[in-house]
Design a protein around this ligand. Structure first.
Ligand SMILES: Cc1cc2nc3c(=O)[nH]c(=O)nc-3n(C[C@H](O)[C@H](O)[C@H](O)COP(=O)(O)OP(=O)(O)OC[C@H]3O[C@@H](n4cnc5c(N)ncnc54)[C@H](O)[C@@H]3O)c2cc1C
Length: 404
């Protein structure tokens, strides 16, 4: 790979956040490149629940209407306790649109709306440092080449290399894990457009229809010492998941038994501690992070992806507001990023995102601690904290990241 032009914004990681950031910048007529270490764009994890705040961000990115064609709207939610058959309504929907997207649909739509040659596959960043004279970020790539950028945005996920330069600690791990997959009902399923959750002891199963034939489901359970091996084999993921939900209603067990094996994933859950988010300023030179690299959270609120889309919109807005526009002799607009302005833009972005992601991170941390803990006292304290701090369970979905 050649040296990047000075104006180039380099995004490390081609997941939801990296692609959304490149698209948000493109909508503001700002070029960027995305470096992705994998051979192809990955859509690990079957599906993603997108709540109203995520749809607002997708609207800003200009791809919401395309994606709406791919998944039905979820109208209601119900929570069932398996042992006593009791059920209650889940607070869903009154704050707006909820849909469950196939991850491949989201990733492909983001990528398809980018200019050609934006995404560079098989390009792994191994380290980053700042040039001692110019302060430009210098990226060391796996093939020995070096890339100099004006701005680097680390969207490289829970084990981010870019986060290291910002002094962020490594992410931690919950003792809860999640198995996820799709079940296809040739003749149509009978779940309508409802989000259902079934709970028994420390196992929870959630399901959400994608279309009238396709259902996404996830099972949250305790991590075991076997799970790093289990996660490598689809058959074992299915077997252990069916064992975990023994005693659940028959049609739910059948759903998991009949799932599409290729769609199955078992994932350990990593998170960045909420206090890490408070003490970091998320910028060094002209390097910042976004998405899970910034705010990895447990998936208990189904908000990580939507928050990553919000990051993309806010970051592109801040950068574009701080760009200098020149008109060249042929009358074409040329956007220039001055170093000082870039730093100011990244500070503005970090300020805007910090408390938003802190509260998301804190709520998921408390839920995760409650699920992880075997102490009744600690579980009770978590419940009290949730009641006091997070009484409104869908408050996060009302967040509006604003215009691009
Ligand atoms: C079980 C589970 C369920 C979830 N469910 C939901 C949900 O329903 N709704 C929701 O909103 N969120 C959900 N999330 C969270 C959501 O999946 C993440 O927040 C989102 O995928 C983060 O996207 P990202 O682009 O930041 O990171 P990733 O998707 O992890 O992408 C990072 C990319 O960077 C690449 N990369 C890493 N290192 C390098 C490197 N050194 N050089 C180049 N490339 C690199 C990786 O290959 C990868 O493609 C869930 C998460 C989990 C674990």
């Amino acid at each position: 790979m050649e040296k990047a032009e000075e104006e180039k914004i380099v995004i490390v990681g081609g997941g939801i956040c990296g692609l959304a950031t490149a698209l948000a910048l493109h909508r503001k007529e700002i070029g960027s490149i995305v470096l992705e270490r994998s051979e192809e764009l990955r859509a690990t994890g079957a599906a993603i629940i997108v709540q109203p705040n995520g749809w607002r961000a997708l609207d800003q990115l200009g791809i919401a209407s395309q994606l709406r064609q791919t998944a039905l709207t979820i109208q209601s939610g119900q929570y069932f306790t398996v042992k006593d058959g009791k059920h209650k309504d889940l607070p869903l929907g009154d704050a707006g649109e909820v849909r469950c997207l196939r991850r491949t649909d989201l990733i492909k739509t983001l990528a398809a709306n980018l200019p050609l040659n934006t995404i560079h596959l098989k390009t792994k960043v191994v380290s980053i440092k700042l040039d001692p004279f110019t302060s430009y970020p210098i990226l060391q790539l796996h093939d020995g080449s070096v890339l100099v950028a004006k701005v680097v945005v680390g969207c490289d996920g829970v084990n981010s290399t870019i986060a290291n330069i910002l002094g962020l600690n490594s992410t931690s791990i919950f003792t809860t894990c999640v198995a996820r997959g799709f079940t296809n009902y040739e003749a149509g399923h009978k779940f309508g457009s409802a989000f259902l959750v079934f709970s028994k002891d420390d196992v929870q199963l959630g399901l959400m229809p994608v279309t009238d034939k396709l259902v996404y489901w996830f099972v949250t359970r305790k991590l075991t010492s076997q799970d790093s091996m289990v996660s490598k084999y689809h058959k074992l993921i299915k077997k252990t998941t069916v064992e975990a939900i023994r005693g659940f209603p028959n049609h739910i067990m059948e759903m998991v038994k009949n799932s599409d094996e290729d769609s199955l994933h078992l994932t350990e859950l990593r998170y960045r501690a909420p206090w890490d988010l408070l003490r970091t300023n998320f910028r060094k030179g002209t390097v910042t992070v976004a998405g899970d690299a910034m705010h990895a959270t447990g998936p208990f609120l189904a908000q990580g992806g939507s928050a990553s889309l919000e990051d993309a919109v806010v970051l592109a807005r801040c950068l574009s507001q701080n760009m200098h526009i020149d008109i060249d002799p042929r009358g074409r607009k040329r956007r220039k990023m001055l170093m000082l302005k870039a730093a100011a833009a990244l500070d503005q972005y970090a300020r805007e995102r910090k408390m938003r992601v802190f509260w998301l991170s804190l709520e998921t941390f408390v839920i995760g601690t409650m699920l992880d803990s075997s102490s009744t006292l600690l579980k009770s304290l978590c419940i009290i904290a949730l009641i006091i701090l997070f009484r409104d369970k869908i408050a996060h979905t009302r967040y509006d990241c604003g215009h691009l």
